[in-house]
Design a protein around this ligand. Structure first.
Ligand code: PLP
Length: 400
């Protein structure tokens, strides 16, 4: 009998963490490494949010809280969903978790039975399929391609749905591609869902505020109000408010589902950090003024990276609508050989050779379910991005 659980054997370790670890090892060994793997803003948490956390400590808000969040934060979330998304929820329909990740995981744990299928568009955030597997379900991957700008078409969604489908996971703007669905594109998908009343939607709106060139963010229950009864709208403060380490995410949806998620949380992590919750109240209720200038900076960096990578023969780099990632294709480089003699058989070989031979750390596309590509996070300084893209250009020019 194996000591480790059977469900764990279905899961692989996070490839993004593996890349970050390898880059850190090379750095520790004295190598000049530029990391383009991190999925977090390089900005500091805004001062008003930090001050709210410090005030919470001094006010003694340091005890256990209700398992799925303090009333003040739930109200701030209700207000935010009304203000930004035109969605009406009560505080009883809101669950706060330890990061967006735990909120999604709670929802899957609360609903999946063996054999239940979850439709996940690829390229996907690395954790979706493994969270589904851990919760006992079956991920069904529906592959979006470069040709459709990495967006799932209604026909592809239709083809992926079976009588066993329980959830459709939707993420826009996307990690890892940055692709954002327009209202019409999303309506195409919600029309399909209207034909399949047994399928619920888990929408991961984590990158809502990180959108450029006037992209209008929209979320499924807003585009198709009739889906409200079977939609879990998930979001968090990690990315837009530069609060990845504070670990606060949230979800809003039908009350019985929220109650089930609370049960899981009450028997696992008890509650998200009390101090972080007070910081999140300030993030949502306080000034939003820093978002626009941060986005200006992200947009400039996106344009820099897209422009430099697009100059490379063999690389195709679409311009994404949001998040802080680009997802270039290296189809034109497959089969070539690096200066150190590595044959670029696939995107993993490309990323490994790039790291070992130039010190630039990126994440290979197979980790996100679509090859041959790689993900660049441009949430780092202009100087680092320019140097990294120059190294990628030189590396690719040296391939024979
Ligand atoms: C698409 C997406 N959803 C959820 C998360 C998790 O966010 P959190 O750090 O709040 O757990 C991430 C983080 O990388 C993400 O990219």
């Amino acid at each position: 009998m194996s000591f480790l659980s059977a469900s764990l054997s279905r899961v692989k370790p996070s490839p993004t963490i593996a890349v970050t670890t390898k880059a850190a090892e090379l750095k520790a060994a004295g190598k000049d490494v530029i990391g383009l793997g991190a999925g977090e803003p390089d900005f500091d948490t805004p001062e008003n949010i930090k001050d709210a956390a410090i005030a919470a400590i001094h006010a003694g808000k340091t005890k256990y809280t209700a398992p799925d969040g303090i009333a003040e934060l739930k109200q701030a979330i209700v207000d935010k969903l009304h203000r930004d998304n035109g969605l009406e929820y009560t505080t009883r329909q809101v669950s706060v978790g330890t990061g967006g990740k735990q909120t999604l995981y709670n929802a899957l744990m609360a609903t999946l039975n063996p054999g239940d299928e979850v439709v996940i568009p690829a390229p996907y955030w690395v954790s979706y399929p493994d969270m589904v597997l851990l919760a006992g379900g079956e991920p069904v991957i529906a592959e979006a391609t470069l040709e459709s700008a990495f967006k799932l078409t209604p026909e592809q969604l239709e083809a992926a749905i079976t009588p066993r489908t329980k959830w459709f996971i939707f993420n826009s703007p996307s990690n890892p591609t940055g692709a954002g669905y327009s209202r019409d594109e999303l309506k195409g998908l919600t029309d399909v869902l209207m034909r399949h009343p047994h399928v619920w939607v888990m929408t991961d709106d984590m990158y809502e505020h990180l959108a450029y060139d006037g992209f209008e963010f929209c979320t499924p229950a807003q585009v198709e109000p009739r889906l409200y009864e079977r939609t879990l709208t998930c979001n968090g403060v990690s990315k837009a408010y530069a609060m990845t380490g504070w670990r606060i995410g949230y979800a809003a949806g039908p009350e019985p589902l929220i109650t089930a998620m609370r049960k899981i949380q009450s028997q696992s992590t008890s509650n998200p950090c009390s101090i972080s919750q007070w910081a999140a109240v300030e993030a949502l209720n306080g000034t939003q003024d820093f978002i626009a200038p941060n986005n200006e900076m992200f947009k400039r960096r996106r344009d820099l990276v897209v422009s430099m990578l697009s100059q490379i023969d063999g690389i195709t780099c679409p311009v994404p609508e949001g998040a802080f990632y680009v997802y270039p294709s290296i189809a034109g480089l497959i089969g070539k050989t690096s200066p150190a003699g590595t044959v670029i058989t696939d995107d993993e070989a490309f990323a490994t050779a790039l790291l070992e031979e130039t010190g630039v750390a990126v994440v290979f596309g197979a980790a996100f379910g679509l090859s041959p590509n790689f993900r660049v996070s441009y949430a780092t300084s202009d100087a680092a991005l320019t140097e990294a893209c120059t190294r990628i250009q030189n590396f690719c020019a040296g391939l024979t």
